[in-house]
Each structure stands twice: as structure tokens, then as C-alpha cells.
Design a protein. Structure first.
Length: 297
């Protein structure tokens, strides 16, 4: 009975969104995107699209999304939004991070990406324009992928912090106490495989078109680079996502090493009380700010 009620609610929500979408103006970018997509299908094989297309989407998205945070370090005005202001970025750390990223991307992640074509063939996942899901379906699927990945990340990430194994794997990622965007995928190769598995679970559950692979890649990179950026910038559109953790939440994890284990949302840490030190820290910081304001007045 409860399952039927849930299905009815989801169907009603889908119909409501579809009804609203019918009143929205046509997307001026849809036709150019359609032309580009069909051109890709006509000129490249499915293997090339799945493999090299996925690699290009990942690399371009990753480094483009890192650009704003990289530029912030040169803008004095943006320093007031830096969370750990006493720990500025250094060229030495950024160069070390970049070299490790290149190794992980091309010697760990690329072999995994090479399996994308066989995955789409095995599950008969379409590539065509006509089978492509509507934008709101993609948004819902990406959110579902994020929920699944977040659960996987919380429990496996917490396990990697166990004192018996921390120094062998996860310690690499924690070399930077004050994170920066490019450091999001700076990790031990085993960690890349362990935590990265959570990314693919949602794809197995929801994927009904190859475009979801790329949409979810972009969404996941956007989130992980944001929480590692080291900057809590106001008017961040990601803060509109319900229960979104954000940069300040994850920055505390790097600073404190204990607690705030989830990747995207706050509910697992709240449920298991692993955000207690973060909450205490926030209250302490608020008291400091109040005292500072009183002295200034």
C-alpha cells in the first residue's frame, strides 16, 4: 500500500513538472545542441563517444570548475570569503596536486572510463537524440545519483578514517589541511577506486541514456570541487539544494580530521552525530564574532 502511494506521488510530481514545462519558452540552445549531438553520432562510433567523450567531459569540466577557486587566491577582495585565512594556497602544493591528478586521471580513471562503452552495450543504454530524457528527468536522476553516492561515501569514508587503515590510504587526501578546488580528486589510487565506486552505483540504478553519464559527471564534479574550494562564497546556487553540506562543512573535516564524513548532504552526519564537533565549533565561532562586534561598538 505504501509503495503504491509513493508511486502515485512520484507520478503526480512528474505530471506537474511536465505541465509547468509546457508553459516555459523554448530553449534557444536546444537546436544547436541537437545539431551538435547528431553530428557526433554521425561521425564517431559508440566506443569513441563513450570513451573519449567521457574523458573529455571529465577533464574539461574538472579543470574549468577549478578555475574560479584558483583565481580567487589572486583577488584580495575574495580573501574575506576564504574559510581558513591563515593557510593560503602555495604554488608548491598546487603543483604537487596537479601532478598527482594527472596520474590518477590517466592511469586510474581512464582505464575505468574505457569500460563505459561495454557498460552501455550490456545494459542496452541508448545514445540517440530521440531517446534523450527531458531536462527535469535528468535533474531528478542526478539528484538520485547524489543521494546514493552520498550514502556510499559517508560509510566508506568513515571506514577509511579508522586508525588501523587511515595512514595507508586516506592520509594522502588529508595532506592539505586547508583544501582548494583542484585537490578534490587528490587521493591515493585505492581511495579513488573505493570512494569512486559510489559514483557508478547511481548510474547502474538510473541510467537510461548515455547523456546521464555526462550530466552526473558534471554535477558530481561541481559539488566536490565546491566543497573543497576553501571559499564560502555568498549567493552560491548550490546552497539552494536541500541539506547541501557546502564548503564550510567539508573544510572543517580537513581542518579537524574527525566528523563531517558525507560528501554532499548533511543528514548522515546529523543522524549518527558525527557533526557534533562541527556544530560546537560553529557556536564557538559565533560567540567570538559577537564579542568582536561588541568590542568594536
Amino acid at each position: 500500500m505504501a509503495m503504491n502511494d509513493s508511486i502515485n506521488i512520484l507520478n503526480s510530481a512528474y505530471l506537474a513538472v511536465e505541465y509547468i514545462d509546457s508553459f516555459l519558452p523554448d530553449n534557444p540552445l536546444q537546436q544547436p545542441f541537437k545539431n551538435a549531438w547528431n553530428y557526433m553520432l554521425d561521425n564517431y562510433t559508440k566506443f569513441q563517444i563513450a570513451t573519449w567523450g567521457s574523458l573529455i567531459v571529465h577533464e574539461v569540466s574538472y579543470f574549468l570548475l577549478c578555475v574560479p577557486g584558483f583565481i580567487f587566491q589572486f583577488i584580495p577582495y575574495m580573501q574575506k570569503y576564504k574559510i581558513q585565512q591563515d593557510k593560503p594556497e602555495t604554488w608548491e602544493k598546487q603543483w604537487k596536486c596537479f601532478k598527482t591528478l594527472l596520474f590518477n586521471h590517466f592511469f586510474i580513471q581512464l582505464p575505468l572510463i574505457c569500460g563505459t562503452y561495454y557498460f552501455t552495450e550490456y545494459f542496452n543504454i541508448p545514445y540517440g537524440w530521440e531517446e534523450m530524457p527531458r531536462w527535469y528527468v535528468l535533474v531528478a536522476q542526478c539528484f538520485g545519483c547524489a543521494v546514493i553516492e552520498d550514502a556510499w561515501h559517508y560509510f566508506l569514508h568513515r571506514l577509511l578514517h579508522h586508525k588501523r587503515i587511515y595512514k595507508y590510504i586516506h592520509k594522502v587526501h588529508h595532506e592539505f589541511v586547508s583544501p582548494f578546488g583542484m585537490q578534490a580528486e587528490y587521493a591515493h589510487p585505492l581511495e579513488t577506486l573505493i570512494l569512486g565506486t559510489g559514483f557508478f552505483i547511481g548510474i547502474v540504478v538510473f541510467c537510461n541514456h548515455v547523456v546521464l553519464l555526462w550530466a552526473w559527471v558534471i554535477c558530481r564534479l561541481m559539488e566536490t570541487i565546491d566543497v573543497h574550494s576553501g571559499y564560502d562564497v555568498p549567493l552560491n546556487p548550490l546552497h539552494l539544494v536541500p541539506f547541501y553540506a557546502g564548503a564550510r562543512f567539508h573544510d572543517f573535516h580537513h581542518m579537524n580530521f574527525i566528523g563531517n564524513y558525507a560528501s554532499t548532504f548533511t543528514w548522515w552526519d546529523r543522524l549518527f552525530g558525527t557533526d557534533s564537533q562541527f556544530i560546537a565549533y560553529q557556536e564557538k565561532e559565533k560567540k567570538k564574532q559577537c564579542i568582536t562586534k561588541k568590542k568594536a561598538n
